[in-house]
Design a protein around this ligand. Sequence first.
Ligand code: HAM
Length: 425
Amino acid sequence: MAFQVPRGTQDILPGQSERWQFIENIAREVCSIYQYKEIRTPIFEHTELFLRSVGESTDIVQKEMYSFEDRKGRSITLRPEGTASAVRSFVENKMHAAAQQPVKLYYIGPMFRYERPQAGRYRQFVQFGIEAIGSEDPAIDAEVISLAMSVYQKAGLKNLKLVINSLGDQDSRSAHREALVQHFQPRIGEFCADCQKRLAQNPLRILDCKKDREHELVQSAPSILEYLNEESAAYFEKVKFYLEELDVEYTVDKNLVRGLDYYNHTAFEIMSNAEGFGAITTLAGGGRYSGLVKEMGGPEIPGIGFAMSLERFLAAIDAEQAELPIQSAIDCYVAYMGDKAKDRSVSILNHLRKAGLSAERDYENKKLKGQFKSADRLQARFVAVLGEDELEREAITLKDMESGEQQEVSISDLAEVILSRKNGK
Ligand code: HAM
């Protein structure tokens, strides 16, 4: 029996992995510019961590976690997202005591959710995310959002839509919650079983239900924006002001609630508007969380962050036909004629590689013609041909595949000649 990858997962093969590396590098570069530092946390955590952070009433916790017991009977979960781990680590490593606040972190790594796979939705997917923990300044909200936009723009994406909302502080949320319960209670029987449970647990999540999205009561539900107290409204105004200062265009969507429980104040999502992009258009999502650090056993300090899936990022690049400048050509192919030259080509290849040149040779005993075909396939900029006669003279013929020019050079000078020709000297 031939094996296949598990449903909802994929192999990323050579030819594709270069694209992944390219966008990962963009993410790392932008993080370096904005001064976010990488954090690497375990891929599995204690299940309790996600119950406490992501929230018991969320789809993630209710239906989507890959949880199992380890050999000692502890409940372990493959991480479904990165914020919980980042905050756990922040608290565990007492990062709140660091001189520089907020602590600005980023991560890139696989996440796991048992969802129904479809285009853009996987069971294992890679998130790039950032978390800025320890500041209540609305300017950091705008910074986090603009960082996400910069990453997409650096890869050439143009058809982006940013939607923002405020979920308010605890008081605003309680008032809104009351209003939602009153709004839905009389007709909750018309809603799905999940929403009936949500009414008591977290009525805000009804607004995010995939099944009941079109219900008239969802459309007419009271907006959180009407329930923001003065402080929360002022905070939201400041975030919008700073976004304008940063030239980041946005739309306010009062129904944006996000699928995780830890948010308050700013919530946002970035969508692709590109034609031909699949049904799932959300590229990234994030927001502010005020109670999470405390919930994890730390001091009462807030954080804000976002995460984007690299799968959807690449799909958006494809939908917009944005070209990634990926260099796959090699510097030099070392071809040989005859056994002596074949043996010698091993050390010549090594010499080129030690000089930092990308180089390749034949390992299949191909004739010279076949070796040139390989060189073409590898888009070799130069082919160095070693014959027995030349070997006698410690020389090699260097062919420039762009101009067709040939020149004999001494083997000991080969790397240097290629390096200087490559740099246009
Ligand atoms: P989230 O909205 O659950 O938020 O996920 C963020 C992003 O992860 C989504 O916008 C999407 O790009 C990607 N994503 C989620 N599920 C899948 C899937 N099954 N397949 C492919 N991509 C997926 C969070 O995870 C929060 N931790 C974000 C955050 C960070 N909030 C504050 N800090």
